[in-house]
Write a protein that binds this ligand. Structure first.
Ligand SMILES: [Zn+2]
Ligand SMILES: [Zn+2]
Length: 72
């Protein structure tokens, strides 16, 4: 039983494409623009942005937002 718990925990982490940090999928996610898997720091940048995504805003990463003049 103990081994199963450790296994479950280790399988539910992914690496950030930008900085390589490990995080749980619920915390970060995939940018809809560049399709990279990013940690909350690089996807959202701030908790305000993360809250917006939680309520339905598209998940666009910090870099895409910074240079996203063609998004409309
Ligand atoms: Zn990162
Ligand atoms: Zn992006």
């Amino acid at each position: 039983m103990l081994g199963l718990r450790i296994f479950r925990r280790s399988i539910f982490t992914i690496d950030c494409d930008k900085c390589g940090v490990r995080f749980e999928p619920g915390a970060g996610g995939v940018c809809v623009t560049c399709q990279r898997i990013l940690c909350p720091q690089h996807l959202h940048g701030s908790w305000v942005r993360r809250m917006m995504v939680d309520v339905g805003a598209p998940a666009i990463c910090v870099e895409c937002r910074a240079g996203a003049t063609r998004l409309g």
